[in-house]
Design a protein around this ligand. Sequence first.
Ligand code: GH3
Ligand code: MG
Ligand code: MG
Ligand code: MG
Length: 340
Amino acid sequence: MAILIVDDDKTIRFMLERLLNKAGYEDLYFASSPKETFKLLGIDDNGQKENTDFKIDSSNIELILMDIMMPDIDGIEACERLKRHHDLSNIPIIMVTALTETETLEKAFNAGAIDYITKPVRKLELLARVDSAVKLNRERQTRLKRERELEDALKSLEEMNAKLEKLATIDELTQIPNRRLFDETLNNEWKRAKRDKTPLSLIILDIDYFKKYNDTYGHQQGDKCLKVISSRLSELILRPGDFAARYGGEEFAVILPNTQSDDSLMVAKRIREGIEGLNIPHVASRISDNVTISLGVTCVDFDEVDYQKIEREDVLNSFINSADKALYEAKENGRNTAKF
Ligand code: GH3
Ligand code: MG
Ligand code: MG
Ligand code: MG
């Protein structure tokens, strides 16, 4: 880390160099005017960043000693301009000056100087003020660095959490919501429907003769089939708020908030036809040349049934059971169909 000395008086620059070197400050830069200082730091006369190749790395400067009386631009004005610049505003500036009237000093402090050293410079005062400014600045830098590190760590922790969260709720094979997220979503929708007295529909669907599919095409092809069906299923769920998840091995579930039984049957039909329309060959199926699904549909209308009174926990379970039962009936009724 270096100290930048700005003074139009050569003998003062030399004297400061000698005293600071002796005190162990080896790394010094010099400028004889504010303009030269700006050039050295790579900014123009107005304190804006210039596109020139700057000569020194400003992040390496830990302190500037600034004369006040200089031709062209005085030290106070120079200080002001440096403080205006985003990359330079944090470099502490100490005024070195023979002008010690209150008014001048006030201006210097207002311009952003942290301290002043009176001319003629006394060694004791110089070193005491430089040492304390450098120490403060280093402590500040360390603190900032720690804060940045902490921020970075927090950010990667948040990213990791988001990943974990996703892993915990998204089915790895099909990349659609898993059973856990389904349970959570159904719970929430159930509560909401109950509160708003709106209908809630549920569809459970199951691939027909999937065991035979695996036996015929192999388990890997079976996995592929599950992926294709999942992504088609997600496409077939049109309304915002509708929700599809992988419920079990080759079973899927669809939650339709604010949906009456007639409408949910229509959605079920659309899903059934959409999956059949994928035309995935299934030579071993007893009912079709292609992969088909059976669907069980159920609906509860909180506007008609006073579920508020029934606070028993298994009300939601019997809702799911009735979709399961409907699915069983669809299977019994020849498959590739939806039952309510
Ligand atoms: P049904 O028409 O009555 O539903 O007959 P099914 O053969 O589909 O029914 P069953 O429940 O007997 O078989 C389900 C099959 O699904 C058995 C199982 O190996 C397969 N399966 C479940 N999960 C996966 C999976 O992740 N990948 C693959 N490839 N197969 C799976
Ligand atoms: Mg001067
Ligand atoms: Mg099954
Ligand atoms: Mg099946």
